[in-house]
Design a protein around this ligand. Structure first.
Ligand code: ADP
Ligand code: ZN
Ligand code: ZN
Length: 737
């Protein structure tokens, strides 16, 4: 048997692990992740490496392969713990070991640190002036430019000297050696947070907050490792609890990871942590380059930071003595990685915490079905946090049936009830938020008269309309011609919803020309920082109405907003996704939570074509438990997660024909491998709901089961069969969901 071994953690060595022979006696002990000692290079120097894979055949001739010397004794290194995590991720999420390692370990690549070099004069002004005169006389024009600029500006950026003044690097070195100039280099200061110097003090906790904090802290002090879920609406004070416990954790000499979804990672949120904890905080976000990310990781590793704040990738911060992982807004979809390993931050956090003896605290106003199921089973300790007394009272919620509006000949996007409310707010100079749930696709077909949505009879998921007038189920591939009339009521008024925020903005301006309208969606906030600017302008009262997508329901508090309109609550319900009900509930609950945050009572108007839908009804009633029961019953009956588990095998290729043939072939292999029909259901292949992206075509095969272990076991075998049956031009990715 042979092992792939990486000998130092660089990008190159992960992509090209070295092959070593596993000596007899060690076969059973060596698994991916095991630290080993190996002879390396010509001299056979003994160094440490990590096993990334086991194989029966080697690709190079046997006499060139050396033996692994031994297994390293367990030491306390961060890398080892992270490799254990990587090995687990490989199995759990169906990736390769290399992909898992790349995800878990901050890998040094060739991108140099960003530095700023400044040139200053090394001699007096007089000497420099004399040198300038001499250079001009001798026609040494480059030097003349340098001296002249230095005299004029006092100091120069090195890049400016090279690029603008066109002075060669050699010339600069020469000048430096002569002592004419000095070049000083510092690491570039990153992030807009350096200027936050204010510090605040923790407020006195409310009894509700105190009870939860005391309970968690008591566990921590006793060394009792548990994981927690805090169920409390936005603004109920969860972040104060997190900060309080982080403080305790740091005092005990441990470190903390604070996960916040990218979209909520605003200046406002981050500055709260910096004001509390100062420069012990390190921040990551997706805008950081690979090199910058590495720097942030190293700050954690070198003990320069105790708290890492960031989106899901912050989970892999290499802390020496991790005590706590917090996942705020744990229901957010951005916690799931789309690329291999397609991991969910929640699951990795729980595993990493287990490996390191740390605790996980999750928080949400609308917990995911996954975590609430865990809480019910006692796997998570559940705390409920009720908002502060004296804090805003709950808004009044009106559910408007848009089919009735149609009968009353109102074909606009604003129901009579909503119009009345908008007029009222404009008169009272209070603010309005209008929310269009665009997470759904406008490619689902529904009936405007009875609200029926065309769903796949096999999967109970919305079917998607394609250009050729065919409707396709993107779970199983079932397809039909688009019906001309509603299958339920016979109405011919059926079709897709083609509404967008832009169109709403235009209509608002027509109906209420006096109103000042701000629009916020992914088009309008493409520019960096423009999202913050837009929200701040609204906060300052520079607009009466803010219209936008789910973006506007997160983050900021607007005390003057007393009306929230949800224009088409059903939109996300139509998305071809088994979690569309959950997304709908969560979006409505969050949007509704935006009304009446100040001292004035708020109103929420929910417009829908499906006013009996349980996701919409329970969101309107703020009835999470009721929603959970119904949604769970649906998941159980369909075998969808978290009741069952699904393996998604995604195939993609630029060649449509090759892809279709490969997908069929692979599906056959999958059926052969998971041939126990009573345990496994193989679905597909089907085109993905977004079939073509940037000229690459996407297809998918699902395996559905209640037996997670049985599903994972044959994965390595499946990988090998896929390699044999699928063309080279087809990429295959595996994920569980
Ligand atoms: P959540 O994280 O649940 O949305 P936050 O912790 O952000 O809630 O609290 C909402 C607001 O209430 C914040 O402005 C916060 O500063 C304030 N706040 C929270 N707890 C307290 C407290 N015990 N005393 C005073 N203000 C508080
Ligand atoms: Zn109908
Ligand atoms: Zn189907």
């Amino acid at each position: 048997m042979y092992a792939d071994v990486i000998v130092n953690l660089s990008v190159k060595s992960i992509d090209r692990p070295y092959t070593y022979r596993i000596p007899t006696g060690l076969e059973d002990k060596i698994v991916p992740g095991t630290p080993v000692t190996v002879p390396f290079g010509k001299g056979g120097r003994v160094i440490k490496g990590f096993v990334t894979g086991i194989r029966l055949k080697a690709s190079i001739s046997d006499d060139r392969i050396k033996d692994i010397l031994d297994i390293c004794e367990k030491s306390n290194e961060i890398e080892e713990k992270m490799l254990v995590l990587a090995a687990w991720m490989k199995d759990e999420f169906g990736s390769t070991m290399n992909e898992a390692i790349k995800c878990c370990l901050p890998v040094k690549d060739k991108i140099a640190n960003k530095t700023v070099s400044t040139i200053t004069a090394g001699v007096s002004k007089e000497v420099l002036e004399a040198a300038l005169g001499e250079a001009v006389a001798k026609k040494r024009t480059a030097r003349a430019r340098l001296y002249e600029a230095l005299l004029r500006k006092g100091e120069l950026d090195r890049t400016y000297a090279l690029k603008e003044l066109k002075i060669t690097a050699a010339a600069l070195r020469d000048e430096e050696e002569k002592g004419f100039i000095r070049i000083s280099t510092v690491d570039e200061i990153r992030g807009p947070y350096k200027d936050i110097t204010e510090r605040d003090v923790a407020p006195v906790l409310t009894p509700g907050q105190q009870e939860i904090t005391d309970s968690i802290k008591a566990d921590l002090r006793r060394g009792l490792r548990r994981d927690y879920l805090i169920f409390g609406e936005t603004g109920s004070g969860k972040t104060e609890i997190y900060m309080n416990i982080i403080g305790e954790c740091i005092k005990a000499g441990k470190q903390a990871i604070m996960l916040i979804p990218e979209i909520s990672l605003t200046y406002q949120t981050v500055s709260r942590f910096i004001k509390r904890f100062g420069d012990r905080v390190s921040i990551m976000n997706s805008r950081l380059s690979q090199g910058e990310r590495y720097d942030q990781y190293m700050r954690a590793k070198n003990g320069q930071a105790d708290i890492m704040i960031g989106p899901r990738s912050a989970l892999f911060a290499p802390f020496e003595n991790l005590g706590l992982i917090i996942i705020d807004e744990e229901h957010e979809t951005s916690y799931k990685s789309e690329s291999s390993p397609a991991y969910h931050a929640r699951e990795v956090a729980l595993k990493r915490a287990l490996i390191e003896g740390a605790s996980v605290i999750m928080g949400s106003a609308t917990p995911s079905l996954e975590s609430y199921t865990m809480a019910k089973a006692g796997r998570l300790v559940l705390f409920k946090l009720v908002g502060r007394t004296g804090n805003a009272v709950h808004p009044d919620v009106y559910l408007v049936d848009m089919r009735e509006e149609l009968k009353k000949k109102n074909r606009t996007m604003f129901s009579y009830a909503l119009r009345e409310q908008i007029n009222d707010r404009l008169n009272r100079k209070e603010q309005i938020m209008l929310f269009l749930n665009r997470r759904g696709y406008s490619t689902a077909v529904s009936c405007r008269e009875c609200g029926t949505v065309i769903k796949c009879p096999h999967c109970d998921i919305s079917m998607t309309l394609h250009k050729d007038n065919r409707m396709i189920c993107h779970y199983c591939g079932y397809n039909i011609e688009k019906p001309k009339a509603c299958p339920k009521c016979g109405s011919h008024f059926i079709g897709t919803f083609g509404v967008g925020t832009q169109k709403i903005e235009d209509e608002l301006k027509k109906v209420w020309p006096q109103a000042r309208v701000l629009r916020m969606d992914s088009d309008s906030v493409r520019r960096k920082g423009s999202m913050d600017d837009c929200l701040k302008a609204f906060e300052r009262g520079e607009a009466d109405i803010l219209v936008g997508t789910q973006m506007i329901v997160k983050g900021h508090d607007f005390p003057n907003v007393t009306l929230v309109g949800i224009l088409l609550a059903d939109l996300s319900l139509y998305s071809p996704d088994l979690r569309s009900g959950e997304r709908t509930f969560e979006l409505i609950a969050q949007a509704a939570g935006r009304a009446g945050r100040g001292s004035k009572k708020g109103v929420v108007v929910i417009q829908t074509y499906d006013p009996k839908n349980y996701a919409i009804v329970s969101a309107a009633k703020r009835d999470y438990e009721g929603f959970f029961e119904e949604e769970m019953a649906y998941r159980i009956s369909m075998g969808y997660p978290p009741a069952g588990i699904m393996l998604a095998i995604a195939l993609s290729s630029g060649d449509e024909e090759v892809l279709a043939v490969s997908a069929e072939k692979l599906a056959d292999e999958v059926r052969r491998l998971y041939n126990d029909r009573s345990r496994f259901k193989v679905i597909g292949p089907a085109k993905e709901s977004i079939y073509k992206i940037k000229d690459i075509f996407h297809m998918v095969i699902y395996v559905k089961t209640y037996d997670g272990k049985g599903l994972r076991m044959p994965l390595d075998e499946l990988r090998q069969r896929a390699a044999a049956s699928v063309g080279e031009e087809v990429r295959v990715d595996y994920s569980f969901g």
